[in-house]
Design a binder for this molecule. Sequence first.
Ligand SMILES: [Fe+2]
Length: 183
Amino acid sequence: MGDAYHNTEEGILAACQNLQSLLRKSHPGIEISAAAEYYLDEQLTAKLAAQKPLLTFGNRYVLFELNFMVEPLNLHEFIFSLTTSRYVPVLAHPERYLYYQQQPEKLEDLLARGVLFQLNIASATGYYGKAAANLARTLIAEKWVHFAGSDCHNLTHAQVLEDALRTTPVQRLLSLPLLNHTL
Ligand SMILES: [Fe+2]
């Protein structure tokens, strides 16, 4: 989110390298890499229009998120710009947006436009509310999930994740042919 956070691609990669070199000493064998969760705003569309490279993971996947309350008017145009720039758009936590909770069929349209979905693991257990849990379970049942994400911001989230992993909906999620296994 360009207005609220001033994370640059260079800053993220430098921090990742710092962490990797610390890990080499304390936990040899753990390899990490970094990308970004891009918020769809004017700064992002300007960056894409100027063909500035985005941080990707895996097979040119670009993780992006949207306004939680109102579906952006330029969403389809943004997806088109990404796919024509040979990126693969991955929508972060589709189950958490109010307008997709109200109209899940809109997600089918995004799938047809080449968007992949990353579900938050703890959504399926109700951590982000009942509506998000309902949509998460629908997406799991329809197999409309390509990645499982932790969205882990702190140690509280880490504990929530540990508990979530033992629940049936999350077991079901993790049994899907997720692209996590191909990274
Ligand atoms: Fe997010």
